[in-house]
Design a protein around this ligand. Structure first.
Ligand SMILES: C[S@@+](CC[C@H](N)C(=O)[O-])C[C@H]1O[C@@H](n2cnc3c(N)ncnc32)[C@H](O)[C@@H]1O
Length: 217
């Protein structure tokens, strides 16, 4: 079926938006994606043999960089947009396990991953608490959660969030450091540490790191 026909069929605003953007995503957002992924990798520790899940993996840019850094890791991705996953499949080796689905209902067993990571996807999640709970469920004890997203402590991002909430149905909402910290702690994550930074004059980001405590379910 034609891509345009598929786009017309989708009722979910995220699928509609990203099925339309998929083919142009990497070239259109290359500066932003490289910068946000670079900042995330600078804050992410990975060890040989670890199993890693990318929430909202999109076209697989983060997974590709992770595998360049540490080829011996096992990587999984999940995204609700088939067209984004199709681009990811074209760039990644068959050993990467790409799944169609949502961060708030993960098709993985409990205590399965060493690391759950996500870049620039959290502001789309309709049920952010459920997504954090799901990340906690699939992480092994002592597993690490690392999330990079827009930070609305920065005025430019606050304004962007306001406009997107009014005019873009795919967008859900952004968070500031304090609110994000409380949300992660309320869902039972320990050692929550959030850094905020700018990648240029416009984009204000944050990377949150947290650990699933040994006794947590
Ligand atoms: C801005 S793109 C980011 C893609 C990739 N993480 C990157 O850094 O280039 C946002 C992605 O989040 C995905 N997404 C939106 N809602 C989601 C959800 N509930 N669960 C998982 N992924 C979701 C979209 O389909 C899209 O591929």
């Amino acid at each position: 079926m034609q891509r345009s026909a598929l786009n017309f069929m989708y009722s979910d605003p995220v699928q509609k938006e990203y099925s339309r953007l998929a083919e142009r995503y990497d070239s259109r957002w290359s500066f932003y994606v490289n910068a946000t992924i670079g900042e995330t990798l600078n804050r992410l520790e990975i060890n040989p043999g670890e199993r890693i899940l990318d929430l909202g993996c999109g076209t697989g840019a983060l997974i590709q960089r992770l595998l360049q850094m540490a080829p011996e890791i096992q990587v999984f991705g999940i995204d609700p947009c088939a067209e984004m996953l199709e681009i990811a499949k074209q760039k990644l080796s068959k050993s990467v396990d790409l799944n169609l689905g949502s961060a708030d209902n993960l098709p993985f067993p409990s205590n399965y991953f060493d690391v759950v990571v996500s870049t620039s996807a959290f502001h789309f999640f309709r049920d952010p608490s459920q997504a954090i709970q799901e990340a906690k469920r699939v992480l092994k004890p002592n597993g690490r959660l690392v999330i990079t997203d827009w930070c609305d402590d920065y005025l430019t991002c606050k304004v962007c969030d306001f406009f997107l909430r009014c005019f873009n149905r795919a967008h859900f909402r952004t968070y500031g450091v304090a609110e994000f910290q409380t949300m992660m702690q309320d869902e039972g994550f320990q050692r929550v540490a959030i850094e905020r930074y700018k990648i240029n004059w416009f984009w204000g980001m944050m990377t949150a790191k947290a650990v699933k405590e040994t006794s947590a379910k």
